[in-house]
Design a binder for this molecule. Structure first.
Ligand SMILES: NC(=O)c1ccc[n+]([C@@H]2O[C@H](COP(=O)([O-])OP(=O)(O)OC[C@H]3O[C@@H](n4cnc5c(N)ncnc54)[C@H](OP(=O)(O)O)[C@@H]3O)[C@@H](O)[C@H]2O)c1
Length: 262
């Protein structure tokens, strides 16, 4: 299937690792140019930069100005992406309970998981509206509708992110801009499986083994495994393309059947 993304400039947040890196790769494979934001590019994103179809922007997207700086880098290329992928996010397990989650924890989570998307979209929309077209795809999470006290602030931030995206889709639809979310279950990235990832943090707290924690989580899906980042990327890139031209205001779950309800 030709996604007709050749010549498109896309903005991807949280692009140096994990799902964002896979989305960047997939967009480049479809012929798009990607302006890729993370605090530090890392070797894999740098390799993509050497391929000539990626500009890496070192930026803290949790700050008030960071998202605007990333979008400005795309605008400076002459044409802002009509594709914006809000992917950046982080989860910190709260294993000692809600009462230990401080205001600072909540604000940090909301800045990165919700406001980074709000600010990126705010910066990008004027050009998209002028173009009269575009696609915004945001990485939410199954936790947006599967609230979990061990990631209580993360769950709330993702619920807000999905809700925000749906509201925005209603305003932007008549202007030719589509707004969708994808909601992965556990994905095999550093967020879950890294040295400071969820599995290691949970294992440390319980004196267990990170691999056993991950295996237990994988078994909760009917496929028995984590989703791979490239599988999320394929879904995102389809939604980014005009092949999904009448898809807006929707949330797409990719979780190996973890969520068993309709
Ligand atoms: N993995 C999962 O199981 C899973 C499930 C559902 C949803 N998600 C969502 O998917 C998205 C990506 O997650 P992932 O698993 O790919 O995470 P990841 O492997 O930890 O990668 C996160 C990316 O975001 C960047 N980043 C983090 N903080 C940043 C900041 N303040 N400013 C700029 N960039 C920042 C990181 O680069 P730097 O560290 O260099 O900044 C990295 O490129 C997140 O929104 C997450 O909530 C993940």
């Amino acid at each position: 299937m030709d996604l007709a993304l050749r010549g498109t400039v896309a903005v991807v947040t949280g692009a140096s690792k994990g799902i964002g890196l896979a989305i960047t790769r997939a967009l480049v494979a479809e012929g798009a140019f990607v302006v890729a934001g993370a605090r530090s590019p890392g070797p894999e994103l740098e390799e993509l930069v050497r391929g000539g179809m990626v500009e890496a922007v070192s930026v803290d997207l949790s700050t008030a100005d960071g998202p605007g700086e990333l979008v400005a880098a795309a605008t400076a290329r002459g044409s802002l992406g009509v594709v914006v992928v809000n992917n950046v996010g982080a989860a910190h397990p709260r294993l000692t309970g809600f009462l230990d989650v401080t205001d600072e924890d909540w604000i940090t989570t909301m800045n990165l998981n919700l406001l980074s998307a709000v600010r990126t979209i705010r910066a990008a929309l004027p050009t998209m509206i002028a173009a009269g077209k575009g696609s915004i795809v945001t990485t939410s999470s199954v936790n947006s509708f599967l609230p979990d006290p061990t990631v209580i602030d993360y769950s709330a931030s993702k619920a807000a992110l999905t809700n925000f995206s749906k509201s925005l889709s209603k305003e932007m639809g008549p202007l030719g801009i589509r707004v969708n979310t994808v909601s992965p279950g556990p994905v095999s990235t550093a967020l879950w499986l890294g040295d400071d990832g969820v599995a290691a943090t949970v294992a440390r707290a319980g004196g267990g083994d990170p691999a056993a924690v991950a295996e237990g989580v994988a078994k909760q899906s009917v496929t028995g495994r984590f989703t791979r980042p490239d599988e999320v990327a394929d879904l995102v890139v389809f939604l980014a393309s005009e092949r999904a031209g009448n898809v807006t205001g929707s949330d797409f779950v990719i979780d190996g059947g973890l969520v068993t309800t309709l």
